[in-house]
Design a protein around this ligand. Structure first.
Ligand SMILES: C[S@@+](CC[C@H](N)C(=O)[O-])C[C@H]1O[C@@H](n2cnc3c(N)ncnc32)[C@H](O)[C@@H]1O
Length: 242
């Protein structure tokens, strides 16, 4: 592992935890959380994973199958915002209005985000507005450009409340081996309730248990090729209202 810039960040409401910047196999960077013992993205390529799992299998799939000019996304585990940035650029290019909500229990500082180099992968206007408005997005919804609204709920998934459902859920929690509670019935049922009928849930992993839980919650399951280093990932479409 290539840890080049160790920093300390203050966990909101908790003790300081150690984060460092790590370069992944495709040259893009991610963050390593020493307390959890886990990377924020795949070591086989952060950018590749984000594009494959969330943007292509999630957003682009949804847009290709609907004739919509607006889309809402809920992300569990907002982290660096890489999934958000790539999604926002797609929506600007396609002139689709994006209403994006991230849930993040331990928000990163803009300083560490600036060390990721993610401005290379997004338009410079979006990056500048994002990095400036990020602290405000943690407090309330902000408008980043004509097409993009962002808000980040600074809470645990278990405490998140919203008076609405979303077209797409990006489920980007730490792996079940590190954070099993995020992949158990209570958390998955909670997230599933935020998906609109006809909406989709995507995540980088697939297990028999996850498939069974989502099937029982009235989702149609697809096992599709995973990002680099993973054979398969999961996409699930909600069939009816809960
Ligand atoms: C795999 S990382 C997500 C990476 C992120 N999507 C990105 O592109 O940078 C998991 C994220 O979940 C957050 N997290 C951990 N426990 C959580 C919880 N109970 N509720 C919400 N977020 C949580 C972590 O702080 C971390 O940012």
């Amino acid at each position: 592992m290539n840890n080049d810039a160790p920093v300390n960040a203050e966990a909101v409401g908790g003790k300081p935890y150690e984060l460092s910047i790590v370069t992944t196999a495709d040259g893009s960077k991610t963050i390593y959380n020493a307390e959890v013992g886990e990377l924020y993205h795949s070591r086989n390529g952060a950018l590749q994973e984000s594009k494959h799992v969330f943007v292509n299998a999630g957003l682009n799939f949804f847009l290709a199958n609907t004739n919509t000019t607006e889309v809402s996304i809920l992300e569990v585990g907002f982290g660096t915002g890489l999934n958000f940035l790539l999604s926002a650029d797609v929506c600007v290019d396609r002139q689709v209005s994006l209403n994006y909500t991230g849930i993040e229990a331990y928000p990163l500082t803009p300083e560490i985000m600036s060390q990721t180099g993610y401005e290379e992968y997004t338009s410079s206007e979006l990056w500048k507005t994002y990095i400036t408005q990020y602290p405000n997005a943690l407090l309330s919804q902000v408008t980043l450009n004509t097409y993009t609204l962002l808000q980040i709920a600074n809470c645990k998934l278990q405490a998140f409340k919203a008076p609405r459902q979303y077209d797409i859920v990006y489920f980007d929690a730490f792996a079940a081996s590190r954070q099993p509670e995020m992949w158990e019935q209570e958390a998955i049922s909670r997230v599933a309730a935020f998906v609109k009928p006809g909406g989709i849930f995507v995540t980088y992993a697939i297990t028999g248990n996850l498939k069974r839980m989502l099937k029982a919650l009235d989702f149609k399951i697809e096992k599709i090729p995973g990002a680099a280093g993973k054979r398969e990932m999961l996409r699930a479409t909600k069939i009816t209202a809960p």
